[in-house]
Structures are given as C-alpha cells and as structure tokens.
Design a protein around this ligand. Sequence first.
Ligand code: SF4
Length: 119
Amino acid sequence: MFTQLQSNTPPPKEGDLFKVIHLHGRTFEIRYGFYEECDRNNQFAEPMEIYPDFIRCPQHTFEGRPFVTAIQSPCDHFAGSKDDNSTCEECAHYRHGEELLGICACPQNQKDLEIAQGG
Ligand code: SF4
C-alpha cells in the first residue's frame, strides 16, 4: 500500500503563465488555455499549455529558420518515416529548443535573411 502525495498547488487557470521561453533571440510566453472551444466548455477539461500556431502565423529566427513545435503537423519536407500521427518532433530536421518549442533546420524551409528579419 502506498500513500498518494497531494500537492497544495491549485490547478492552473486559463490565462495563467506556464513559462517564458527565450529561444534564438525570441521570447515566447506560454500560457494555459484551451486549443478547442469545446474543451473550454467541457467541465472536466483542464487548461493546458498553449503553444504558438506557427503554421498559421510563421515566425523565424534571425538566420531565417522557422520556429516549430514538437506537436506540429509535419510539412512536405518531413525527413524520416512518416505516418498519420507524425509530428515535427519525429523529423530529422527538428532541433529541440525548450519544452515543446524548437526550430526547423530544413534548408528548403529557410527564409532569406532579409525576409526573415522583416517578419
Ligand atoms: S522539415 Fe521542418 S517543418 Fe517540416 S516536418 Fe521537418 S521539422 Fe517540421
């Protein structure tokens, strides 16, 4: 028999700060929330860490490398053996940063430096 340890820390609420991540010259504020509206309305769903949607809103390092998340749907340049559940994390071009944030080292996805610095 074992005793389950109980934490006195209250569960995170939507909008609470999970972590500030500094990566390749950029700062990302990761907060708790919901990816889907149906989760927000589900009384049993708890807020989770929300990472940027880099597919919808691409961001790049100053060298023009795209930021990606480990859980992101792979692009056409995925390197490795891919199935329906594959994510960027399984791609040979994925470079882990911190938590679920990383960058893509695929040469075909690198932007020109001038363009990357503009946005
Ligand atoms: S090439 Fe880059 S963006 Fe494409 S799947 Fe691999 S890590 Fe993700």
